[in-house]
Design a protein around this ligand. Sequence first.
Ligand code: ADP
Ligand code: MG
Length: 456
Amino acid sequence: MGPRVQETHQQGALRKGLPPSPELGDNDLDPLCIIKTIGTGGILSLSPFSAFPLPILGVSLRPGNWRRNEPSDRPCESGPGRLCLHNLFENDIRKSWLVRCHQDFKFKRKNAKNIDLAPMRILAIETSCDDTGAAVLLNGRKILSNVVSSQVSVHQKYGGVVPELASRKHIEMIVPIVNEALERARVTFKQIDGIAVTQGPGLVGSLLIGLSFAKSLAFAARVPFVGVNHIEAHLSAAFLEEKPPKFPFIGLVVSGGHTSVFRVDGFGTFKRVGQTRDDAAGEAFDKVAKLLGLGYPGGPIIDELSMEGNPKAIRFPRASLGKDSFDFSFSGVKTAVVHFVRAHSEPPGGITEEMIRDIVSSFQEAVVDVLVKKTFRAAQHEGLKRVVISGGVAANRLLRQRMGEEALRQRMRVYIPSPIFCTDNAAMVGVVGYEYLKKGVRSPLSLNAFSNLPLR
Ligand code: ADP
Ligand code: MG
């Protein structure tokens, strides 16, 4: 194979519609590939982060006879490091070669004598709200570590997340949490091949801590990094399970900040079918729990208390918003709970503990009812047989049970991640980051965080 037309990195990035690599300057030549040395002795690791899948057929990768074209301060021959190679194919056509390649790298095996597939390790960071998360994933699926530090104790006394306190806590926790993730994964920082980080949506102060930290790490280690949409991360959490879904599917993201239904045709290919017009479902759980003085966050508490309540005790409203709408509204049911509590608070009876159990159970029933109905209706409308749910509220036992029952009734399949992957975590960010990094997508070091970040 002959050399490709040499263009500058900027021109190459423009032509491929990709962001320029933070590793390369404007006038650097566009690399044919990025090769990472993993020691001496001629075994090399070919990183899949090149901007396009590179056929490496017939290339000699013996050290010493290649041409390299890169600043001399980049580590290369000894120890892990990166090299940008140009015109590699011009003179180095050999029949036998030894290549170490990441598993997902597309290449032709013809003539290959010895191919050793190396796994790709991604460090993922999540700080969109009040959980500091870091994870290390192997080939975007196998979790080597997944560490989450919850800030519940910080925000509990306020009955909700206080953004300023959340940012401060992220600053405190980010280094120990990332270190712990690396330690638990038994990898050193030098063994990380790429970094994925939540870019938004979320609390901008919180997002900026994770994003700035990830950018600094990527810059220091000279590894690529990519910003990930938090909603897409939730939609992809099901890929962490043993039986991941196949595309296309209907995805419901239901958490403290979001309640939306998407048609998902692939990583990066979505169509929003419906969303909440007011409160998110998790927000309604949290507000109802606060109103009843049950504590924070309300979702898990109501989930627990509802087990002993009567879900049919009170008929709370279910907002339909028209039979063709897949939108949600939870402010009505929340207000109905407020009215009910007010109407029954007066002595002599007042609100008893038994009444509280019935209220939360009936409230949960109303919310779950709507979530299940609308999600399956959206699946029918889109002609899809697979439903994926995620986000903090997807940890809810009744919702999980009802989704399963409805799927059976409608002969569909439902995929619900384990509760730890439903609530905010970095592993789900790693799934998405891996998919983008292996396609050659990289974010520039100028990447900013956004509290509102629409899905691409
Ligand atoms: P975010 O909304 O920031 O993305 P999460 O995805 O972690 O955060 O979701 C948190 C929300 O999920 C909270 O509103 C919480 O009350 C809700 N939640 C967590 N567990 C449950 C549960 N078992 N039942 C209902 N809601 C839950
Ligand atoms: Mg979330």
